[in-house]
Design a protein around this ligand. Structure first.
Ligand SMILES: Cc1cc2nc3c(=O)[nH]c(=O)nc-3n(C[C@H](O)[C@H](O)[C@H](O)COP(=O)(O)O)c2cc1C
Length: 262
């Protein structure tokens, strides 16, 4: 009885959730969505989990692409697990609708609160507040693992309904339409040491180096990996990020984020 857990993660929250769930389930393997998209292989697992961060009250573009192309075994138990910093929006219903069009049933959608990583809007939480969230995440994953083992159906954790629904309807389409262009908003301070980590850590290979400095191409996911992992905080987004506390999950190494690339 094999479970495959696919994940997309920029600052490690979704990867921690994927790894913790795999450890609870015991029979699970963990695979990056970016690699699976490139390979395009058919999945013969009995259960499939898709783990990702909520973006603009919905799902990241790369996750939508994955849901539009994933090939699963008929009758497989499929669930989504969204990590989020404030409101999960309509990520599970959106995933349900994409899969339904392809004749695939999404059985359940679980949401796990994690520290928010959208630095253009807010600074990272203080370390003690992060630790409280991490403790709760471990317990939530144990509960989710029980649901998954029982093959529970119909759970769609995106309450309270109205604000999540409205925010998705108001912001997702307009917001995500801007995302590939959003790379134009990134800029560099003089602190850049030309280490090249930004180029390596971008999960969708959207950064190239010119004379050692990053240049963003047109398939940005707006995931913030480049900005969050920059060792000298030289990468900024528009006007608000200068001096703001950065974030990445302390259990995840930069090498693990880099390994998402094909
Ligand atoms: C572009 C972007 C949009 C986001 N939008 C939302 C949102 O709509 N609701 C929310 O609760 N968190 C939002 N977040 C926060 C992330 O969902 C959250 O921090 C997530 O756990 C990050 O996962 P990761 O570390 O695996 O990348 C957003 C983050 C980014 C980068």
């Amino acid at each position: 009885m094999v479970t495959t857990i696919y994940y997309f993660s920029a600052t490690g929250n979704s990867l921690v959730a994927a790894k913790d769930l795999a450890a609870e389930l015991k029979d699970a393997k963990v695979i990056p969505i970016t690699k699976a998209l490139k390979a395009g292989d058919e999945d013969s697992s009995d259960a499939i989990g898709i783990v990702f961060p909520v973006y603009m009250f919905g799902i990241p573009l790369v996750v939508a692409d994955f849901l539009k192309s994933i090939k699963v075994k008929p009758g497989a138990y499929i669930f989504t697990l969204a990590t989020f910093g404030g409101r999960p929006g309509r990520a599970h219903t959106q995933s349900f609708e994409i899969l339904k069009k392809r004749g695939i049933k999404l059985a359940a959608g679980f949401s796990v609160l994690m520290p928010g990583n959208y630095t253009p809007l807010y600074a990272a939480k203080p370390d003690e507040a992060q630790q409280e969230i991490f403790k709760k995440e471990k317990l939530r994953i144990k509960a989710i693992a029980r649901f998954v083992r029982e093959r529970k159906e119909g759970v769609m954790e995106q309450k309270p309904f109205l604000p999540n629904f409205l925010l998705y309807k108001l912001l997702y389409k307009s917001g995500t339409a801007q995302i590939p262009l959003s790379a134009k908003g990134f800029w560099l301070t003089d602190a850049c040491i030309k280490c090249g980590l930004c180029e390596k850590i971008c999960p969708v290979e959207n950064i190239i180096l010119r004379e050692g400095k990053p240049y963003w191409l047109g398939r940005c996911q707006h995931c913030m990996a480049c900005l969050q992992w920059c060792p000298v905080e030289a990468i900024q987004y528009k006007k608000t990020t200068v001096g703001r506390k950065r974030y990445h999950h302390p259990e995840i190494s930069k090498e693990e984020i880099i390994s998402q690339r094909g």
